[in-house]
Design a protein around this ligand. Structure first.
Ligand SMILES: Nc1ncnc2c1ncn2[C@@H]1O[C@H](COP(=O)(O)OP(=O)(O)OP(=O)(O)O)[C@@H](O)[C@H]1O
Length: 677
């Protein structure tokens, strides 16, 4: 049997013939076993191909090293940066997310791994010429019990050394820092004032993190920090070059909107205000994406020209992008990360913000930091339940602040409390909240998408300006008269009204496939709206179809995650006829729109239902989450928390099986990496 050729499902099921395989002593047999795992869906073809490539490069490689290589590659698809050998042997089903349901065979993952001895496996990896400890460019790197693909080890090392270097870059602290902080935060009455503390800490070195849940004031704090830093620079005639960025277009748009309002209301001189940016770029735009390559225009040899970089929604940045960003940042520049450490990590490998904020809750400030903060801010940290840290053990903690008081959700708000209980893993309290009748929490139990209650909910949500009938009603009722020429501003105004109305309500789902997956839900919802005559078709392009960009399209200026709505506009010289165009907001805080012909959109999908992953960085007035009826590895506490905190005024949970919500709360995502600070 050729170990490089795919194995069919039928062959896989002829289990007898595989019993003679000796994968731990024969390279050919190991490659066949890996092929079998691909057929069973336990590995990706790419993982097998990587092991086969290594076997070709180094034919004497121990089969167990090829197994480790395939698993390390596979780990990336689950967001893990590396393979932890000991953990893999202790909890193979957990650490590898492998499923092995039917009758067991010696070549099944768990059974095969049980035949390995940790010391021998590690020794084989260390002895292999395919690995090094990073001193030479080998395909894999071995580091303290973890195996990496070279590229990811390099990113992690780069990230560690850049952050350490930045933490050691002490910056000039303005002499009047204390006075100016008192002035900026004079209206705050929380104790201690974490916003003031965050602002003080961020003045000290070239790296800091401000983390906190929704509405805890990350943006407010950073705007005040910018005012604080920019004022003396402007007065000295050397304004700082400040840039703001976020991982997605949607997140950038949201920050643009809130920054614009906050900068306008700051009590500072207008000449300083003019040097505080109010537009936010996506990280890819900032770095200068180049189509079809992983490389950026800005890099080590062509660094970004800036003095301060603020990045919002930093939990969405993966390890690779983070490494590219740090490489492109000039060494004198201040980097400030904002984000919610409890949200879902990026889809790609790495959970950098989560790793960096692992101990943010505990504080871990050393005595020097505590004394400095008290002297500068006047805030007392002794009465707060924090743990003391040390400079040697916790250098990053000295530059990290967690904001702890949400101003978006009052203490009796259902959304805020639900997010809190989910985050704390408290199933009982979370359930109790859902059974109470709180105005900002909804709960719907349905057995299948054809349930009349689901239909009603999709149409009208929980009040008249809710559900998907709302934006379609705005579309119909507010449409300008057909005689109004297409260049009249009335059309743009109307398109903006429809987009705003659409943003009121969003259904989130967890999976793509299955009856509760977004693919089927999108078809079901389109059909409901069609049956009630809100839309004219339920397939193809029709007026009212909302779409989500699934890739960046640089030619059209559209980014992955951008949402547009299909509208019918009159044709200029034949107003009795119409043409369908998809309108996308410019995402720059203005009312400007991009109008695109549907035929030009090659990567757009209907978005009545959206995955929670795609919703990160967005907010909707009413957010509803529909949970699947079976457990899936994607379900996690972070996913629930992210979905709940997308809701501004109302959150509704839709479920068919109560145990799914309860089980999901128990599951904390583990992302393996070697990042330690
Ligand atoms: N110190 C403060 N004094 C008065 N209002 C504040 C203060 N801090 C925050 N707010 C208000 O609370 C709301 C949320 O603040 P902000 O947008 O800064 O939070 P955030 O953590 O950035 O939120 P998000 O989760 O949306 O990113 C805003 O309306 C803001 O004006």
């Amino acid at each position: 049997m050729n170990p490089l050729l795919p194995i069919s499902q039928q062959q896989l099921e002829q289990t007898e013939q595989w019993l003679t395989l000796r994968p731990l002593t024969s390279t050919t047999d190991m490659l066949i076993v890996l092929q079998l795992w691909v057929t069973a869906g336990w590995l990706r073809p790419l993982d097998h191909a990587f092991a086969a490539f290594l076997a070709e490069q180094s034919p004497n490689t121990e089969p167990s090293v090829l197994l480790a290589a395939a698993l390390t590659s596979y780990q990336l698809s689950h967001g893990h940066v590396c393979l932890d050998l000991a953990l893999t042997l202790q909890h193979p089903e957990l650490s590898l997310s492998l499923s092995y349901s039917y009758q067991q065979q010696p070549w099944y993952p768990v059974q095969l791994l049980a035949q390995l001895n940790l010391t021998d496996w590690q020794q084989a990896i260390i002895n292999s010429d395919l690995t090094s400890q990073g001193e030479s460019q080998t395909p894999m790197v071995w580091q303290e019990g973890r195996l990496y693909l070279w590229r990811y080890w390099y990113y992690e090392k780069l990230l560690s050394s850049h952050i350490k270097q930045r933490l050691n870059t002490q910056l000039d602290i303005p002499d009047d820092l204390s006075t100016r902080l008192n002035e900026l935060f004079k209206d705050n009455n929380e104790s201690p004032d974490w916003q003031k503390i965050a602002c003080a800490i961020a003045t000290r070195t070239a790296f800091s993190i401000i983390t906190g849940g929704p509405g805890t004031g990350k943006t407010t704090t950073v705007i005040r920090l910018l005012a604080l830093l920019q004022t003396p620079a402007v007065k000295a005639g050397k304004p700082l070059n400040i840039q703001l960025a976020a991982p997605t277009g949607k997140a950038a748009a949201r920050l643009t909107e809130s920054i614009g309002k906050q900068v306008a209301s700051l009590t500072i001189d207008d000449d300083v205000r003019n040097y505080i940016p109010v537009t936010v770029s996506t990280l890819h735009r900032l770095l200068g994406s180049r189509p079809d390559t992983r490389h950026f225009i800005h890099n080590k040899t062509n660094p970004l020209a800036l003095d301060i970089l603020i990045i919002d929604e930093a939990s969405m940045i993966d390890l690779e992008l983070f490494a590219h960003l740090l490489e492109a940042l000039p060494s004198h520049a201040r980097l400030i990360l904002l984000g919610d450490k409890d949200q879902l990590a990026s889809v790609e490998a790495g959970a950098v913000l989560g790793d960096l904020c692992r101990n943010a809750e505990l504080g871990l400030y050393n005595p020097q930091t505590v004394n400095w903060l008290t002297a500068i801010t006047g805030e007392q940290l002794n009465n707060v339940h924090l743990q003391l840290g040390s400079n040697e053990q916790n250098p990053l903690a000295q530059q990290t602040v967690m904001l702890r008081h949400s101003r978006r959700f009052a203490s009796d708000s259902g959304i805020g409390q639900l997010a809190k209980w989910v985050n704390a893993g408290n199933i009982k309290q979370a359930r109790q909240l859902l059974t109470q009748t709180l105005p900002d929490l909804g709960h719907l139990t349905i057995n299948q998408p054809k349930d009349p209650n689901f239909e009603k909910f999709i149409l009208t949500g929980s009040d008249v300006q809710d559900g998907y009938s709302h934006y379609l009603t705005v579309l119909k009722k507010q449409r300008p008269d057909a005689n109004i020429p297409v260049y009249d501003p009335a059309w743009k105004k109307w398109a903006n009204q429809v987009l705003t109305a659409f943003n009121q309500f969003q259904l989130l789902a967890v999976l793509r496939e299955g009856q509760w997956g977004i693919n089927q839900l999108n078809n079901t919802i389109a059909y409901i709206l069609y049956r009630y005559s809100y839309i004219s078709h339920f397939e193809g392009w029709y007026e009212g179809r909302p779409v989500l960009m699934t890739h960046n399209d640089y030619a059209l200026g559209l980014m992955n995650g951008d949402i547009g709505i299909t509208l019918a506009f009159p044709i200029e010289n034949a107003p009795e006829q119409t043409v369908l165009k998809v309108v996308f907001p410019y995402n720059d805080g203005t009312q400007n729109l991009r109008e695109v012909l549907p035929s030009r959109l090659s990567s757009a999908e209907t978005v009545f239902a959206m995955t929670v992953h795609k919703s990160q960085g967005s907010e909707f007035s009413h957010t509803a989450l529909i949970l699947p009826d079976h457990l899936n590895p994607v379900l996690s506490r972070e996913l629930l928390y992210t979905a709940i905190t997308r809701a501004r005024h109302k959150f509704t949970l839709i479920e068919s099986e109560q145990r799914i919500f309860d089980e999901t709360i128990k599951r904390l995502t583990v992302r393996l990496s070697g990042l330690k600070f």
